[in-house]
Design a protein around this ligand. Structure first.
Ligand code: SAM
Length: 422
């Protein structure tokens, strides 16, 4: 097959991004939609840019498209037009190529829709400013569902807009330096030797000046660094693990925090996850860092299935949650979650806390963590647990204040509560 011209690449990238966005709208995660057999690895970066961009800005793009379309179109055509609108807004200097290629891509889905696609995109170019001015709902303005905006506004009356806006930024790439191998200063020098730059964010986190493909990150394969958001790097130090302790990482896959725990102390770690398909990733990550642990598949809320009956001196419960604090990296989450997920998740988080508390040794500590900004699955889950559990005490944390790290340009959003068994 002859090499594709640049514009032919755009046609295929728009087609693939439209297909991925349509799958997300049908309920599939974006990472699954982009990794299916139909994904074209030659176009990977371009398709990702279009699909992520369309989903980050979906509230506005949807509203613009509703103004331009006067009759329903097939979901795949609709999604492709969203990707094309994103491209027109992100790269206005190539607008004519975009329209031409988007119309060709639409024809791959539905030849009869070519004329409509052409009219819609040209009308957008003619009236862009007036159209955007008419899209004045909260969802169009912030690009989140209304229920999500309402919840963030109610929870964080001072910071709600910055929380929403942070979730629509491009994520930074942050490394965790394996302090068993080298210091952050030594790693920064190593980056400098390769013409790369980063910023030391505190403890072991280094924010890269520019994201890199994983295979180009110096020392990654050798276990000198891992890729982990700076907010996620707060977890392992809070757990205060000492050498020789029995430690449980109850929701461990893919093993980011498990690796960090072992970097900080030689402990007897059990790394558990309910998803057998994700469990091998824990072992792979630990092996890359030169560590081993007891890696098990099981449900942390039903210890009979995997526990040997021994108590743990430290437990990390990195609980499944809405992931509302990490939408910079996963913009599909904004559109896949439902308001009703929050009470459902809070109930299962409470069940996990109850079950794991029984496995904690007297005097031991359990760190409850989520990557959410919704108090219902954070402070409220912990407050309800403390109300029904005698002998549990919440310890104050120096950082983050009140346990909640709100997302900004440099890190994602996380919640931490450290509980001690008296
Ligand atoms: C937030 S992720 C964990 C990330 C991990 N701690 C890290 O730092 O790499 C949540 C994990 O919980 C797992 N999980 C969900 N329900 C579980 C359960 N009942 N028992 C154990 N693991 C569970 C999921 O499969 C998922 O891998």
């Amino acid at each position: 097959m002859p090499p594709l011209s640049r514009s032919a690449n755009l046609e295929l990238a728009l087609y693939a991004a439209g297909a991925a966005v349509a799958q997300v709208r049908a309920g599939r995660s974006l990472s699954e939609a982009l990794s299916g057999p139909e994904a074209d690895s030659n176009l990977g970066a371009a398709v990702q840019d279009l699909a992520y961009g369309a989903l980050r800005n979906l509230g506005l793009l949807d509203a613009i498209l509703a103004e331009l379309l006067h009759k329903p179109v097939k979901p795949a055509v609709h999604a492709l037009l969203l990707a094309a609108l994103y491209q027109l807004r992100a790269r206005p200097q190539t607008s004519h190529t975009t329209v031409d290629q988007a119309v060709r891509a639409v024809a791959r889905f539905e030849p009869a829709a070519k004329g409509l696609a052409n009219a819609v995109l040209r009308n957008y170019l003619r009236e862009a400013d007036a159209l955007v001015a008419r899209c004045n709902s909260d969802t169009a303005h912030y690009s989140y569902p209304q229920w999500w905006i309402d919840r963030v506004r109610a929870a964080w009356p001072q910071q709600w807009e910055s929380v929403l806006n942070a979730g629509n930024l491009h994520p930074p790439m942050t490394l965790r330096v394996n302090r068993r191998r080298l210091t952050p200063e030594q790693y920064l020098a190593k980056l400098g030797e390769r013409g790369l730059a980063g910023e030391h964010l505190g403890a072991q986190a280094i924010l890269l000046e520019r994201p890199l493909p994983i295979e180009s990150v110096p020392g990654f394969a050798a276990g000198e660094v891992s890729i982990q958001d700076a907010g996620a790097q707060l977890a392992a130090p809070l757990l205060d693990v000492r050498p020789g302790m029995r430690v449980l990482d109850a929701c461990a896959a893919p093993g980011g925090k498990a690796g960090h725990i072992l970097e900080l102390a030689d402990c007897a770690l059990t790394a558990l996850d309910i998803d057998p398909a994700r469990v091998p990733r824990i072992s792979d990550n630990l092996a890359r860092l030169g560590f081993s642990a007891r890696v098990v598949s099981g449900d942390c809320a039903s210890p009979a299935g995997w526990s040997d009956g021994g108590r743990f001196e430290r437990i990390l419960l990195d609980a499944p949650c809405t992931a509302s604090g990490v939408v910079k990296r996963h913009p599909d989450i904004k559109w896949l979650r439902r308001d009703s997920d929050i009470p459902r998740l809070a109930t299962s988080q409470g069940r996990m806390l109850d079950a794991l508390w029984q496995l904690l040794a007297p005097g031991g500590k359990l760190l409850y963590a989520t990557c959410s900004v919704f108090p219902q699955e954070n402070a409220q889950t912990v407050t309800s647990f403390l109300a029904r559990c005698d002998g549990a005490r919440r310890l104050p944390l120096a950082e983050p204040e009140g346990g909640q790290l709100l997302p900004d340009a440099r890190h994602d959003g996380f919640f931490y509560a450290l509980l001690e068994k008296q």
